[in-house]
Design a protein around this ligand. Structure first.
Ligand code: GDP
Ligand code: MG
Length: 264
């Protein structure tokens, strides 16, 4: 994580209160009066679209609101929905045709959360790639692609493993995929997302399997259907998933800080 100025003081002051916490983030805060009052920075009511901020822009929130930045590397076999997940979390709804990701795509999503009594702005950099395109171009530009692929893993805060609820083998791959990233020096947190989830339907991956996985690996599985049509503003329909991603990142930081405190 990288913190904007003064954030470390805030984090520092919170250490003793928040060691080993969970559910620090208020899941329904966006619906509160305070949440609603900030919503216009993230969502445009008249066009019904998420607001997009370019590389040098950020939501014009009061300066008292802390900003924290994280890098998330997306992995998972081809076709499970990695690109669709990032696109959906960024505010795009529905199917827009299938295009295999070429090379590496970085998407930045701003997301406000309420942690205990503070509003914190999360700046999430999602790095999406495709093993196929790396293999495809490897023979042409071997060195640059190896370097590029390496860049995905550099200073990564969390690895997000994606599988599809329609494909049991993609789910069975998850522990191995998580393991394959365990050598990364920063010891990134683990986020797991299951796509093509349809409530009340029979799926290739069952709720029992999900519960067993969560129990065994101590990682929550975040369910999503990126194609689900929405009746309310789309931002409310993916707030649960974004809040969980932020919660995972935040908990990992608290755990890290608490270890430092114990060592001192
Ligand atoms: N119905 C449904 N289709 C999905 C979902 N996620 C991805 N897809 C479709 O699955 C295909 C592969 O998705 P894509 O995001 O390109 O996979 P990637 O190769 O892992 O990046 C595309 O046709 C998507 O539209 C989902 O949650 N629900
Ligand atoms: Mg892709």
């Amino acid at each position: 994580m990288s913190l904007s100025t003064e954030s470390s003081l805030f984090v520092g002051n919170s250490i003793l209160l928040t060691i080993n916490m969970s559910n620090a983030i208020s899941m329904n805060w966006l619906n509160s009066t305070e949440g609603e009052s900030l919503l216009h920075h993230f969502y445009n009511r008249s066009t019904n679209k998420r607001r997009f901020y370019g590389i040098l822009e950020r939501p014009p929130l009061p300066s008292s609101i802390e900003e924290v930045t994280y890098k998330i590397f997306i992995i998972g076999r081809s076709g499970v929905g990695k690109t669709s997940v990032v696109s959906r979390l960024a505010g795009n709804v529905g199917y827009s045709g299938y295009f295999e990701t070429n090379g590496i795509k970085k998407t930045t999503i701003y997301w406000p959360v309420k942690i205990w009594d503070k509003v914190v702005l999360f700046k999430l950099h999602f790095w999406d790639t495709s093993e196929n395109s790396i293999k495809k171009y490897n023979h042409i530009l071997p060195v640059s692609f190896v370097i590029l692929h390496q860049a995905c893993k550099d200073k990564v805060d969390a690895v997000c493993t994606v599988f599809s609820f329609d494909d049991a083998s993609s789910f069975n791959d998850v522990p191995q995929l998580m393991n394959s990233m365990s050598a990364i020096a920063e010891k990134p947190g683990n986020i797991v997302i299951g796509t093509k989830y349809r409530a009340w339907s029979s799926l290739a991956v069952t709720d029992t399997q999900v519960n067993e996985f969560e129990e065994k690996w101590k990682v929550k599985i975040i369910r999503i259907d990126t194609h689900k049509s929405v009746t309310r503003p789309e931002i409310f329909d993916c707030s649960y998933q974004l809040n969980w991603i932020c919660e995972t990142l935040w908990d990992r930081d608290q755990e890290f800080i608490s270890k430092q405190v114990v060592q001192v």
